[in-house]
Design a protein around this ligand. Structure first.
Ligand SMILES: Nc1ncnc2c1ncn2[C@@H]1O[C@H](COP(=O)(O)OP(=O)(O)OP(=O)(O)O)[C@@H](O)[C@H]1O
Ligand SMILES: [Mg+2]
Length: 314
């Protein structure tokens, strides 16, 4: 039976009269990746802070690893690892010394400590720079060291607040591989991210936070299915063609400035063939043709009060 790693019910948090979390419910099964998405200022870091005992909630209950974050903070802390949004490494120390600090904190013996440090430096491709002061490291290297430090205590539940922000595409993929490895080893990951592709790649479940509430929750595919974003786009060279095409293609939305038509589609090939045949029969020529499938960006924009998008009914 799968156990529950994180259980949040009715979580509320306000700063002064500004309510940041307005009744959040979520459940994360052990050994899965849960991703919290939301625009800047939505309250992602606040949620992480409460779940990791760094901040007290105003209401609701939060259980992490079976313990209440308010009354059993110590037990929660013993079970989790946290990599905050901003790297918590000591710049004046070398990479190895930073890791040694964590080894000492976790009271790991000298022998095993050396082995753990060597393993982590290797795994995060930091061995070459380990003897240099972190002040001379790049931002991406610091992010990796930060996560490596989190792993010293072998936590079973890990909170990662925007772990790949500022990383180049290759380092981002390295980080993803590390996260997948952790999950394969049974670790639960609570991840916030601005990168929808990242949530798509890693998360078993995604929740979208906006204006203090979770406005959507589900698997990446479930969320994508909620958004009727799939369409074919036609662009025409002159307004006459646009008019003619708009007349025969019911359900299309036209953009007179761009001389384009958006025709909703379900992603199958048959409707596209029919569409092209009809244009051909009427001798209507399109200058450009492209097929768009909804991705998580469409979901995000549709759900997070974007002024130009309609919010679909749940
Ligand atoms: N300690 C604090 N005191 C007062 N207001 C705060 C505090 N921490 C956060 N806030 C406010 O709460 C809101 C949510 O902030 P939070 O850092 O949780 O957002 P976020 O979703 O992590 O944003 P980002 O994507 O930019 O990291 C913001 O309006 C922020 O100004
Ligand atoms: Mg944040």
């Amino acid at each position: 039976m799968r156990t529950t790693a994180i259980e949040v019910s009715g979580l509320r948090k306000a700063f002064g009269d500004r309510t940041v979390l307005d009744g959040i419910d979520l459940t994360v099964p052990a050994g899965t990746v849960f991703s919290l998405l939301g625009p800047n200022g939505a309250g992602k870091t606040t949620a992480v802070n409460v779940l990791t005992t760094l901040m007290r909630a105003d209401g609701g209950t939060v259980r992490v690893a079976g313990h209440d974050v308010a009354s059993e903070a110590k037990a929660v802390r013993a079970a989790i690892g946290v990599t905050g949004q901003f790297a918590a490494v000591d710049e004046l120390l070398t990479g190895r010394e930073n890791l040694q600090l964590m080894v000492d904190l976790h009271r790991v013996g000298a022998g095993p400590g050396r082995r753990i440090i060597a393993e982590l430096l290797e795994r995060f491709e930091l061995a070459e720079s380990a003897q240099r002061r972190v002040a001379t490291w790049s931002g991406g290297m610091r992010r990796k060291l930060d996560l490596a430090m989190t792993l010293v205590g072998d936590p079973r539940i890990i909170f990662l607040d925007e772990p790949t922000t500022g990383l180049d595409p290759r380092s981002r993929r390295t980080m993803w591989a590390i996260i997948r490895d952790l999950v394969a080893g049974g670790v639960t990951v609570f991840l916030t991210t601005q990168y929808l592709e990242e949530a798509d790649q890693l998360a078993d479940r995604i929740a979208v936070l906006d204006h203090g509430k979770l406005v959507a929750q589900g698997t990446p595919d479930e969320l994508k299915r909620r958004i009727p974003g799939g369409h074919v786009r036609l662009r025409f060279a002159d307004p006459g063609d646009l008019d003619a095409a708009a007349r025969i293609l019911a359900g299309a939305t036209r953009d007179d400035e761009e001389l384009s038509l958006k025709v909703p589609g379900d992603g199958g090939t048959e409707p596209v063939r029919v569409l092209l045949n009809r244009l051909h029969d009427q001798a209507i020529h399109a200058a450009e043709f492209s097929v768009h499938t909804p991705d998580l960006d469409d979901v995000f924009l549709a759900l997070t009060s974007h002024p130009s998008t309609e919010v679909p009914a749940p």
